[in-house]
Design a protein around this ligand. Structure first.
Ligand code: FER
Length: 292
């Protein structure tokens, strides 16, 4: 009996340590803390004219430490939540530190990260009632602004690789819903799509992916993650269920104990960044999906 208990304990300890060492989901300590003696990327604040809104609009652009105008880079469009703006990923998400550290460890492909203001309206500040229906509608209106003004501006002013294979879109909460809606809705524009804790603005799955076979062929990576304790989890879950039923490969990562906060979003971003703009090893799907 004692031996059986010992054996079971050993198996439990082994599987737990195997899980905690899972290279796909392990987040090293200090991943979002400033390190000394490493090179830093640069953050520009840019301003572009939006044909959709009729105003100049701001965005932040991170270029990597090794940035050279003589090279060409893929671009990640990274979107904020309902209470945020173009600065949210920088301030709450420590994006600059996370990227600098990932480059220092040679864990990601050189890329340009564009952080727009996803509330496409004249007064796009995150003030007053951020749940106001006009402001929520402005998150949907951003699709047009992104496609017709911001992407062309970035193409014109930065050395970027052109085409869907070199363009990713991801975001948190409202920005997660935008990323799934715009990314899956415009497969000719985006081959890499990530929704973190996606909000109720996420279209129903049948609208997001009406033609699963087509989506399957066009997408390079679809990432859906959410905190296990987040009240918005059903929006990710229903999307995952539909994709699974229709055999559309995707990552579905429910972060154990995770809430609707930057712990989940930083972790999601850290893992997503390491997967994009490089060949996808299909074994990653089973790793994240285990237990779902
Ligand atoms: C809602 C709940 C949450 C909603 C939006 C959110 C538009 C967005 C949260 C976030 O961006 O953090 O009912 O409706």
């Amino acid at each position: 009996m004692k031996q059986i208990i010992l054996l079971i304990s050993a198996i439990l300890v082994y599987t737990q340590s195997a899980n905690s060492q899972n290279p796909h989901t392990t987040i090293p300590q200090g991943f979002d803390e400033i390190r000394g003696n490493i090179s830093h990327g640069k953050i520009d604040t840019i301003s572009y004219f939006s044909k959709t809104v009729g105003t100049e609009r701001k965005a932040l652009v991170y270029t990597p430490p090794s940035f050279s105008k003589d090279k060409k880079y893929p671009v990640l469009y990274l979107l904020h939540g309902i209470g945020g703006d173009e600065n949210e990923w920088l301030n709450g998400g420590k994006i600059q530190i996370i990227l600098d550290n990932l480059y220092s460890d040679s864990k990601i492909e050189p890329m340009i990260v564009v952080m727009p203001n996803g509330r496409a309206m004249k007064d796009d500040r995150a003030t007053g009632n951020v749940f106001d229906s006009m402001k929520v509608q402005a998150f949907a209106n951003f699709e047009k602004d992104l496609l017709t003004s911001l992407i062309p501006f970035i193409k014109k002013n930065y050395p970027v690789k052109k085409g869907r294979e070199h363009r990713a879109i991801a975001g948190l909460s409202m920005g997660g819903g935008q990323s799934l809606n715009f990314g899956l809705g415009n497969p000719d524009q985006f081959a890499w799509v990530g929704g973190f804790s996606s909000a109720p603005n996420t279209k129903p799955p049948e609208e997001l992916v009406p033609l699963p076979e087509k989506t399957k062929k066009q997408l390079r990576l679809l990432w859906i993650s959410c905190g296990g304790n987040d009240g918005l989890l059903p929006f990710s879950q229903r999307t995952h269920d539909y994709l699974k039923e229709n055999n559309v490969p995707h990552i579905y990562y429910v972060i154990p104990g995770g809430n609707h906060d930057f712990e989940v979003w930083k972790e999601s971003l850290y893992l997503f960044l390491q997967l994009i703009f490089k060949p996808v090893d299909s074994s990653v799907y089973s790793v994240y999906m285990s237990g779902v």
